[in-house]
Design a protein around this ligand. Structure first.
Ligand code: GUN
Length: 295
C-alpha cells in the first residue's frame, strides 16, 4: 500500500499558489479576494469555513467571512449575493452548505455570478465541465484530480466506481473521471442508495471513490486487490481522546482496506486538504480572469 498524502501534495501546490498570488498582487495592486457566507452555526461548516479563511491568508489572499443567523430569509441572502456579484474587489464567492431548510440551495447557487462561483456549483460551470470547457470545477473533485495527477497514476481505461451521487462530490467526480483528459478516460459506474448489489459493483473498481458520508462504509470485502481508494468522508464523532472534542472518520474502513489497496488516501490528511487546494486554485483563476475574462 502507498499513501496518497494530502499533506505533501497540498503543501507543494499551495507554495505555487502563493507565488502566483504575489505576482497577481504586485500587478493588480490588490490581493485575490474570496468571500464565504456562513448561515447558522453548524459545527462542521464552522470548521470548514475557518479552515478556508485560514488557508486564504496563508497563500496571500484576502478573505472575508460573512455570517448570518439561521433566521435570515432567502430574499435577504440573495440580495447580499447580488451586491457581491457587482463588487469588482471580490473575485470569488461561496455559500457554505448545508443551508437551513427554508432556503433553497439551488436558488442560492444560481444567484451567484458564475464568474465568481469558485465552488463550481452553478449550472453554467457544471455544464461547461461536462463539455470539457474551461470552468470552475467543484473543489473536492478538483482536489482529487490534482492528487492523482501529482502521483502520476495512470487511470486511463480503468474501471472507476464512485459511491455517492451528491451534487458536491459524487456526480461531478463521475464526470471528471470519464472525461477525455488526463487524469480521466475511466469507465465509470456511479452508485447510490438505490444501487442493487453494491458490493459487487464496488469490487469491479480499479479506482474507488467513497463519498457517501457514512463512517467505515466501504469495507475490505468490497474492494478489489490493488485498487486505488479515495476516501472523501469526513464523519465527525464526539471523542474524549482529542483536544478538539471530536474525531474524524472516513467512509473507508482504513486499516483492512489499506492491506488490499495499491494507493489510498488517509482521513484526516487526504482529500480534505486537497479540497482547500481546489478552492484556492479556483479563486486565483477568478482573480486573474483566466477562465472568464474580467468585465
Ligand atoms: N459543504 C460541504 N462541502 C462544501 C463545499 O465544497 N462548498 C460549499 N459551499 N459547501 C460545502
Amino acid at each position: 500500500m502507498n499513501l496518497l498524502d494530502g499533506k505533501v501534495v497540498s503543501a507543494k501546490i499551495k507554495e505555487d499558489i502563493k507565488k502566483e498570488a504575489a505576482e497577481f498582487t504586485a500587478s493588480a495592486g490588490r490581493k485575490p479576494h474570496l468571500v464565504a457566507i456562513l448561515v447558522g452555526n453548524d459545527g462542521g461548516s464552522e470548521t470548514y469555513v475557518a479552515s478556508k479563511m485560514r488557508n486564504c491568508e496563508l497563500v496571500g489572499f484576502e478573505s472575508t467571512n460573512i455570517r448570518y443567523g439561521v433566521d435570515i430569509t432567502e430574499e435577504e441572502l440573495i440580495a447580499k449575493i447580488h451586491e457581491i456579484n457587482l463588487d469588482p474587489t471580490i473575485d470569488g464567492l461561496i455559500v457554505q452548505l448545508p443551508l437551513p431548510k427554508h432556503i433553497d440551495p439551488d436558488k442560492i447557487t444560481e444567484a451567484i455570478d458564475y464568474r465568481k462561483d469558485v465552488d463550481g456549483f452553478h449550472p453554467i460551470n457544471l455544464g461547461r465541465m461536462q463539455r470539457n470547457l474551461p470552468c470552475f470545477i467543484p473543489a473536492t473533485p478538483y482536489g482529487i484530480m490534482l492528487m492523482l495527477e501529482h502521483y502520476g497514476l495512470d487511470i486511463a481505461g480503468k474501471k472507476a466506481v464512485v459511491v455517492g451521487r451528491s451534487n458536491i462530490v459524487g456526480s461531478p467526480m463521475s464526470i471528471l473521471l470519464a472525461r477525455n483528459s488526463n487524469p480521466g478516460n475511466c469507465t465509470v459506474t456511479l452508485t447510490h442508495s438505490r444501487t442493487a448489489n453494491l458490493k459487487e459493483e464496488v469490487l469491479q473498481g480499479d479506482v474507488v471513490v467513497a463519498a457517501i458520508g457514512k463512517k467505515n462504509f466501504v469495507t475490505a470485502d468490497m474492494v478489489k486487490e490493488g485498487a486505488i481508494v479515495i476516501d472523501v468522508g469526513i464523519n465527525r464523532e464526539n471523542s474524549t481522546e482529542t483536544k478538539s472534542g471530536f474525531k474524524l472518520y472516513g467512509d473507508v474502513d482504513f486499516e483492512p482496506v489499506a492491506k488490499k489497496a495499491s494507493w489510498i488516501t488517509p482521513v484526516p490528511g487526504g482529500v480534505g486538504l486537497m479540497t482547500i487546494v481546489g478552492l484556492l486554485k479556483n479563486t486565483l483563476e477568478a482573480a486573474k480572469g483566466t477562465i472568464y475574462p474580467k468585465a
